[in-house]
Design a protein around this ligand. Sequence first.
Ligand SMILES: NC(=O)c1ccc[n+]([C@@H]2O[C@H](COP(=O)([O-])OP(=O)(O)OC[C@H]3O[C@@H](n4cnc5c(N)ncnc54)[C@H](O)[C@@H]3O)[C@@H](O)[C@H]2O)c1
Length: 328
Amino acid sequence: MLLLSREDIKKVFTIQDAVEADKKAFTLVSEGKCDSPLRTKIQAPKYDGCFLFMPAYIEEMDTASLKTVNIFPHNIDNGLPSSPAQVLLIDGKTGVVTAVLDGTYVTQLRTGASSGAAFELLAKKNCRIGALIGTGGQAATQLEAMIAVRKLEEVRVYDLNYERTVRFAEQMQKELESYGTKITAVRSSDEAIDDADLLITVTPSSKPVFDGTKIKKGCTISCVGAYQHHMQEMDPAILPRASKIYFDSKEAVLSESGDILLPLEEGLITEDDFTGDIGDVIKGNLTGRENDDEIIVYETVGVGAQDLVTARIIYEKALKAGVGTQWG
Ligand SMILES: NC(=O)c1ccc[n+]([C@@H]2O[C@H](COP(=O)([O-])OP(=O)(O)OC[C@H]3O[C@@H](n4cnc5c(N)ncnc54)[C@H](O)[C@@H]3O)[C@@H](O)[C@H]2O)c1
């Protein structure tokens, strides 16, 4: 069995690789080729936490995987990731576990890449300004995926905690220098979204984190954080303004995300307003953006296929490069 740490993974796998892996995963999901039961959730109210178990099997790839990702929101106060995780990669021919990967990093990569894939497929070709709301554990890969798929002059970053926002922006400016994008910390959500062509929200908020009436025409929005019924980052005001609403998986989004479930229940939108899954855009079954004025919304809650395909490609690259620690 191969053990792959964050540092090992960084040696062999880039955010562009992650975007390609997610696109493959979303295509397989749309083709019905991923057997991925909805994740099992066990609440841990004593610590405001919950344990999530995400299994997946793709026969075509002779691979299965199980990710455990546990959401403990107070971890951030103790310098720990708020969603610690591991991915077990399993040989589909023998059932043998072939690798254990740092699932926190796999999650960050494949979740950032989900926004990256959505922007690559659905955003205007010429974008100038990006906005990122939330600077927690998932934020760095979200930011990198955004600027990897569109050349941006500036990304404005906002978080409730301004000091953390400044630190995040300074650190990202250094780490992502090669992209040539200015990363700016701002003090309000309005300032972040002003004139933005791309917007990512990646917070555990239960109330909207931006004003949907202030989003400019042509913007593409990726909402990443709301994975439970009561969670809502997306301002529902954006939904009637959006010409298209896409998902990583409609089934998964409708099983858990307040961003879509709450406006549905309030009657602000109906299922007829949904465009469909991004995998069908990749396959050419669904139209993507048709002009530069459309506002397009993408909601992602994450699916097991992303972990499986990402982990499998990392594993192959690590084997080839002789990276990682053999165990057992
Ligand atoms: N879609 C997916 O596939 C996927 C995968 C992993 C995590 N997530 C979810 O994404 C969310 C963010 O994850 P994380 O690990 O970065 O969380 P985190 O706890 O590390 O950071 C969240 C950040 O959001 C900020 N925030 C909260 N409310 C805000 C608001 N109203 N306005 C601005 N900033 C606000 C916090 O101050 C914090 O800095 C979580 O809800 C997590 O469960 C989604």
